[in-house]
Write a protein that binds this ligand. Structure first.
Ligand SMILES: Nc1ncnc2c1ncn2[C@@H]1O[C@H](COP(=O)(O)OP(=O)(O)OP(=O)(O)O)[C@@H](O)[C@H]1O
Ligand SMILES: [Mg+2]
Length: 246
């Protein structure tokens, strides 16, 4: 009898979809992990010496690798420096920002890109001073098309006028073209790589895909995603953030 070959599959993490991500930088600003996020922020700032970064996109090769956790915490850390920051949920397939910041998701970037609402209506204040968020809005049937539309250019111009920094929480590079489309428009891209979990070939593929659209890859953040979510979140296992390296 021949047994079918069982492919080892990484389980999609649904926790953050339901509850949002942990904002350690807000909840425990003096925690060692918050310090690590501050270091990441500083490293990102220094990774572009010639040009001041006005927009940054966080992505990874595959789903559930920590993009939202890292981008959201870096956004909090940045806003604490008294810079006016807007965090945009550009993951129109697995959005979490409305859960993390406990805001209504009836009106968001998808509505704006469809021309159904004004920018003022989708920018939401958060509990963190200087930090604003734009939720995804209802999940559209055609995210790639929406994110590639002309209205995105308008969105960029208007947001850059109002904020010091735009941070995009994007989908993974290897599954859909959404991240590539946006990566070509931002000043810098940061790749989140879960150490020991990411497949090397997947990360290389993601990097090549980003290079293909001439994205400015600032570096990678090594993130050690643990299965024992919350307990490891505040425990010693959660020590896997490293600086940005080329
Ligand atoms: N360093 C870490 N240590 C422990 N758990 C982590 C770490 N980073 C992320 N996680 C957990 O891993 C899960 C996935 O994280 P997150 O939602 O940030 O990933 P994502 O890449 O945004 O996923 P998606 O592809 O669905 O958007 C969450 O449960 C999160 O709490
Ligand atoms: Mg996410």
């Amino acid at each position: 009898m021949v047994f079918p070959f069982k492919k080892k599959r990484k389980r999609l993490d649904e926790f953050s979809l339901k509850h949002g991500v942990g904002l350690v930088t807000y909840n425990e600003p003096n925690n060692m992990i918050s310090e690590q996020f501050n270091t990441i922020r500083t490293n990102i700032q220094f990774s572009s010496i010639d040009k001041q970064l006005k927009s940054i996109l966080f992505t990874s090769s595959a789903p559930s690798e920590g993009k939202s956790t890292v981008s959201n915490n870096v956004a909090v850390s940045w806003a604490k420096q008294e810079e006016k920051v807007v965090l945009i949920d550009a993951d129109l397939r697995r959005p979490t920002i409305h859960k993390t910041f406990d805001i209504n998701n009836q009106n968001g970037i998808s509505n704006y890109l469809l021309g159904n609402t004004s920018l003022e209506e989708i920018i939401k204040k958060t509990m963190v001073p200087n930090l604003y968020v734009i939720p995804s809005g209802p999940i559209p049937p055609n995210p790639s098309e929406l994110l590639g539309s002309k209205r995105v250019e308008k969105l960029f111009l208007e947001l850059q006028d109002q904020f010091d920094l735009l941070i995009f929480d994007a989908p993974p590079v290897n599954s859909v073209t959404d991240a590539q489309v946006l990566a070509s428009k931002v000043d810098g891209v940061v790749l989140v790589v879960p150490q020991g979990l990411a497949e090397k070939s997947g990360v290389i593929h993601a990097k090549n895909a980003l290079n293909m659209v001439h994205a400015n890859i600032l570096g990678a953040i090594m993130n050690r995603v643990s299965q024992e979510k919350m307990e490891s979140y505040y425990g010693t296992k959660y020590g896997g953030y490293y600086g940005v390296t080329k």
